[in-house]
Design a protein around this ligand. Sequence first.
Ligand code: NDP
Length: 313
Amino acid sequence: MDRLPCVLLSTTTDLRGLFGTALAGISDHVEILDHPAPNPERVRLALGWRPPADALPQYPNLAALCSIAAGVDNLLACPGRPRDLPVVRVVDPDQARAMSGFVLWHVIGHQRRFAAYAANQRDRVWRRLYPRDASAVPVGILGYGQIGRRVAGDLAALGFPVRAWSRTPQGSGPGIAHRHGPDGLSAMLAGSEVLVNLLPLTAETRGLIDAALLSCLRPGGYLIQVGRGEHLVEADLLAALESGHLAGAALDVFAAEPLPAAHPFWDHPAIRVTPHEACEASPQAVARTLLAAAEAVRAGRVPPDAVDAARGY
Ligand code: NDP
């Protein structure tokens, strides 16, 4: 069987270095090529993350553009993307589990007042702070997809009251109250103390986390921002921290990445910064996704986990 040629397209990431070993495991089915690939009209697949702006039109016979991640916003925004080219995301249960660990760490850190203990340790102060029980700390989750569901379930299992929000009706689970659509958003936010953002970046969700939204959270609230940087109006977060309405924020994603050295988030005492590393799809999951896309292309089918490009996720 001929191998399906796949070109690697990234301006920011060494895809061969990160995924080469896992991709070698599917080399009987897929031929991995660096960009610019020879005979570009042969190339049927692309694996990409922030592709070069002029790359896609160079491969006129592409049948699928695969992401290395759960999010596809940078691929959908790529110049020259044919409107009917399937864009494929990675669905990886291990990644959802890793994201859950990251979010739980921050939620529990807020509930158990880890920052206050760290400050007391610096000052050699022995003081019990009597943190509240999890049941007293409601957590709202923006986005109830493959990752949001895992996070919601794990928080509920630890006793946090969870409210989850999505675009369409999904049904509530044990310990999880679900709302949907614009009308359900304020009901979900009201009384939430911690807010976790697990939305995809789309035209509808860009800039959603602004002053009006943050004002709906309980005083002393906490933001865990792991969706995309462009969801957040950064000045509104700083104002909410300044006023004391929010107690703190854990930020993993930013409008500008890497976060510029002069950005006020870096040395804000109530903000924790991580470099867009809450979780990653495993190389094996990326290779599985590419192989499934190759099989679908051969069979003339739309690849599994192709997103709805018009919807944006
Ligand atoms: P999914 O596509 O599985 O889920 C997306 C969820 O968002 C769905 O519940 C969807 O609603 C909801 N949603 C989308 N648009 C709207 C809207 N306009 N209003 C309300 N709800 C909306 O995505 P994943 O769970 O796989 O990933 C979510 C995001 O997490 C990724 O797109 C990425 O941005 C981010 N991420 C960040 C990582 C990091 O390291 N920081 C790592 C991995 C992901 P519905 O169910 O009704 O369709």
